[in-house]
Design a protein around this ligand. Structure first.
Ligand SMILES: *Cc1c(COP(=O)(O)O)cnc(C)c1O
Length: 367
């Protein structure tokens, strides 16, 4: 029996990539916004249907520099039910994260609780479209306008997702995408920020390149976060296949859904109205009170069958060792509850339906 890992990267063929990178030997342009970079930026703008986009070495840099370019001070409302990157980006900017709980239905930020957390020090909201599930963007928008707050979405999971026919990453002041190897669409390592303000874009591009304005004027304390030509070339190739890849994911998700829905104690993500999904993740929450066994027991049982699910997201950000004593995870009880019970099942385009059934069978053996 072969191992079934939680994810496996989408990769174009070796030949297509080699063909794409050939011209780099003619131009000898390896990085610093070369032709591949610019072409990818253009093609992504079209594919995603956004006004403006800037590419980065990875999603985290996009988020961290995206926050820096907003010149914020004070508190940022965010969720702990996310990858380490979200909270770290806030803290590394000298800002204070204020953790809002998630809702028990789809695990995105609980918008009913945001208003209670707003103080005169609040400057921004960083919600997460976790697992590719779209946050309540309309209500977040309204709150941001009412209180004059910036909104920057961690949209690492929502490549290609649409809400009411419009690209999800076109909402808010900015949205961060990750093109990491494990995501629906990858450039090996890579990321982007989508936004709609030119002045903001100028700041971002400068911060991505050491804060260099001109050869003799360095007026920003920037970082180095430029996407190389080789990464952009991988992105150009993978973009040609991403729709097929999403269609294959959909088949697997449909199989998981039909096999695992309607089981008491096994909670699946709701299907969202008005959303065109990218089928990024398949989280399952196991309620041990009803089932008589725990998430960790399912995890171990699957592991013995060479099926590797992931406790994603566990632990939650406000209980990380690096933040010990600073935040109290009990202030976000729903996030804490879900993090102790959730498993994301193996899901990637090249996962065969036969192997997906092995995952399902492994879970059903426990019931
Ligand atoms: C992957 C991910 C990131 C970071 O993206 P990188 O491209 O790996 O830097 C941030 N937030 C979330 C929710 C992610 O899943």
């Amino acid at each position: 029996m072969d191992k079934i890992l939680v994810t496996s990267p989408s990769m174009t063929s070796y030949e297509e990539y080699i063909d794409e990178i050939k011209s780099i030997w003619d131009t000898k342009w390896l990085t610093n916004m070369g032709p591949k970079h610019n072409q990818l930026e253009f093609e992504l703008r079209t594919y995603l249907g956004v006004e403006k986009i800037s590419l980065f070495t990875n999603g985290h840099s996009a988020l961290e520099l995206g926050l820096q370019a907003m010149n914020l001070k004070g508190e940022v409302i965010t969720t702990p039910f996310t990858f380490a990157s979200t909270t770290h980006a806030i803290v590394r900017n000298g800002l204070t994260p204020v953790f809002c709980d998630i809702n028990a239905n789809d695990y995105t930020i609980d918008v009913d609780q945001i208003e209670n957390l707003i103080t005169d020090r609040t400057c921004a909201i960083v919600p997460v479209h976790v697992y590719g599930t779209v946050c309540d963007i309309e209500r977040i928008d309204k709150l941001a306008i009412k209180y004059g707050l910036k909104v920057i979405y961690d949209a690492a999971h929502t490549f290609g997702v649409k809400y009411k026919g419009r690209s999800v990453v076109s909402y808010g002041d900015a949205s961060m995408l990750s093109f990491h190897a494990t995501k629906v669409y990858n450039t090996i390592e890579g990321g982007a920020l989508c936004y709609n303000n030119d002045e903001y874009g100028n700041k971002l591009r400068k911060l991505r390149d050491f804060g260099i304005k001109t050869a003799e004027i360095i007026d920003g304390i920037g970082a180095n976060a430029k996407m190389s030509e080789f990464h952009a070339a991988m992105g150009l190739c993978n973009l040609r296949h991403v729709d097929e890849e999403i269609a294959k994911r959909k088949e697997i998700v449909n199989l998981y859904r039909s096999e695992l829905s309607g089981i008491d104690g096994v909670q699946l993500l709701p299907i969202q109205d008005n959303v065109k999904s990218n089928y990024a993740y398949f989280p399952v929450v196991f309620n041990e009170r009803i089932l008589g066994f725990t998430r960790n027991e399912v995890f171990e049982h699957l592991r013995l069958r060479e099926v590797y699910a992931r406790k994603y997201f566990y632990p939650i950000a406000n209980s990380f060792d690096c933040y010990l004593g600073k935040y109290d995870p009990c202030t976000t009880p729903v996030a804490l509850h879900v993090s102790k019970r959730v498993l994301t099942l193996p899901l990637y385009a090249s996962l065969s339906l036969e192997n997906a059934m092995r995952v399902v069978d492994g879970i059903k053996e426990m019931l």
